[in-house]
Design a protein around this ligand. Sequence first.
Ligand SMILES: C[S@@+](CC[C@H](N)C(=O)[O-])C[C@H]1O[C@@H](n2cnc3c(N)ncnc32)[C@H](O)[C@@H]1O
Length: 250
Amino acid sequence: MAFGKDNLKMREYIYSLINFENVNSILDIGCKDGLDLRSMAKLSNCKAKLYGIDIRDRFINRAIENSKDFSNIQYLIADTSKNIPFEDYSFDMIYSLNVLECIEDKGIFLDEVNRVLKEDGLVVFCHFDWDSVIINGKDKPLIRKIVTAFADNQQDWMGSVDPWMGRRLLGEFNKTGKFEGSIFTYTITNSVLETGNYGYGMIKDFEDLVNDKLITREEYDKFHNEMLELNQSGEYFFSINMYIYVGKKA
Ligand SMILES: C[S@@+](CC[C@H](N)C(=O)[O-])C[C@H]1O[C@@H](n2cnc3c(N)ncnc32)[C@H](O)[C@@H]1O
């Protein structure tokens, strides 16, 4: 998915929830190509050493390439689902965006997050609720089919899939009994279909469902043409909610 202006604006909101003042070390779990770490490194109030970890070497290779100009970012390839390869109490902040749904045993994983977090450290976990993407259109069954097919689709880098992770995020932390925190919500809303808008990227990504044989080429083309028509008539509407858990050790 393209990193457009919506992605950057959303991150501005997420970072506004964080007091970076005494944060000297940050771990981004599932950092992919390092967008968050580079964005944090550019913040005037963030002086932390930044660590990114991802299970896929192709993502980390890209992250290293993208971060050549940043001396304070380090990357590591590892599967963090059962073990986060750092000492106890290593980080002032653990950050993760759109990763928790990929982890099969969230209890084991969150125990690990707790272990490597300092006593007064901060956890910031963010997740879309992929099953509640809102797209206007005339063919409701087709739009529902496409949204659900995309949400339920387990991609090769995902150990599991849960398109309801956004709405479950607070509960996943609460049920460990090891964290206390609250949920913040950021809504992306697009009323035009244009590059840089999150909806534009997602609607393009839906085309992959044809290759995955989850929808037909005809269904995608019908859907896509309708989006173009709605954009012309001023009826295009796309919206998605990002849920942000900000917490500490209980
Ligand atoms: C939806 S992407 C989100 C990437 C990034 N946080 C972002 O928002 O751009 C999920 C990322 O989590 C990584 N991932 C999935 N399971 C993982 C695991 N067990 N350990 C480490 N990384 C994992 C994937 O490789 C992928 O880069």
